[in-house]
Design a protein around this ligand. Structure first.
Ligand SMILES: [Zn+2]
Length: 333
């Protein structure tokens, strides 16, 4: 089994090439596997041999970029593709996000995609899988990214919402369409007795979450009830874009992203480090739980994370610097 880096990852085994979240146009790809519905991971979705979870398929339909039906696979169910066995397991990042376990010629490789190692209000933590090799996304793989306890962030958000309402302002969030919007809605549903109004695009994404059993309560902005709530101002507003709404009351805008831990978001009234990704220690703990013989890190702080993993006695290499193709079947020294 060999692997190469091409935005996503290509894995070659026994004459087959499997592409994981890869954006390139190579014609020799036997199968494309999408880990989740975020656009940077689902760049090529319309090739005939494309596989994803049923949840990812439904979420991608919301974006309008999916022009065809796709093959879907169930979590924890192994499928045979030629001489390769493929299993999807929960990645804990957003609805339907998965890691892939590839088994070929007796060697196993875990491709992580984006992961979160903690439970949230709407997702369960990523499942560790013991594999010979692992490819890990290193988005926050730097010691400067150690997120506060999630409950502490939740309480800060709740406090900010209450302060906005107390000062007659509507608390509004610009959040990612998939994942963060739904977590914020659920947060308000669980912790506050205040209705949530969402833009129509977020409402469409929420319908998919509801279809897969995530209970969310909200009003669509374009409905009479949604318009009335915005008029009275007694609501929280969630949208995937920042927009001007003619209202009697002023809005205060916040965003929620892990980058808020290190960077200032000056055009916002508040920014909360609520992330759907694992932080530095979360990535390390996931590797330690998976116990691979070697880890290849990619994206984000891949070199920094590989260095830290090596310091802790784990064999690690940044995939970008590992050469065009890496043979995974070579004897590890
Ligand atoms: Zn993502």
């Amino acid at each position: 089994m060999r692997t190469s880096y091409e935005n996503g990852v290509l894995v070659a085994c026994k004459g087959m090439v499997l592409a994981f979240d890869a954006a390139g146009d190579r014609l020799d790809v036997s199968l494309r596997c999408i880990t989740h519905a975020h656009i940077d991971h689902a760049m090529k979705t319309n090739d005939p041999n494309t596989l994803m979870s049923a949840e990812t398929y439904e979420l991608l339909k919301v974006t309008g970029r999916l022009k065809r039906s796709a093959d879907t696979l169930e979590f924890e169910k192994t499928i045979d593709i030629g001489s390769v066995k493929l299993t999807a397991v929960n990645a804990g990042h957003i609805l339907g996000s998965c890691q892939y376990v590839i088994e070929c010629e007796g060697t196993t490789l875990l491709f992580s995609g984006d992961i979160n190692v903690h439970d949230t209000l709407i997702t369960k933590a990523a499942k560790p899988v013991n594999a010979d090799f692992m490819i890990l996304e290193a988005t926050y793989g730097d010691p400067n990214f150690l997120f506060p306890d999630r409950e502490a962030i939740y309480s800060k958000i709740v406090k900010w919402i209450c302060e906005c309402l107390k000062s007659d302002k509507i608390p509004a969030f610009k959040a990612y369409l998939f994942g963060k919007s739904q977590e914020l809605i659920k947060l308000v549903n669980e912790y506050l007795d205040i209705p949530v109004v969402v833009c129509d695009t977020v409402a469409k994404a929420c319908e998919v979450y509801k279809k897969f059993g995530i209970d969310l309560s909200y009003f669509r902005e374009s409905t009479a009830a949604g318009k009335e709530l915005l008029k009275t101002g007694e609501c929280v507003y969630v949208s995937n874009h920042r927009t001007y709404i003619p209202l009697n009351r002023k809005m205060k805008w916040a965003t929620a992203t892990g980058w808020a831990l290190r960077y200032s978001f000056e055009s916002y009234d508040a920014a909360f480090p609520l992330s759907s990704h694992a932080d530095f220690m979360g990535l390390i703990s996931h590797v330690e739980a998976c116990m691979p013989r070697r880890v290849y890190t990619m994206h984000g702080y891949s070199k920094r994370l590989a260095k830290e993993l090596e310091r802790r006695g784990l064999a690690a290499t940044a995939l970008e610097s590992a050469g065009a193709f890496v043979s995974l079947i070579r004897k590890e020294k």
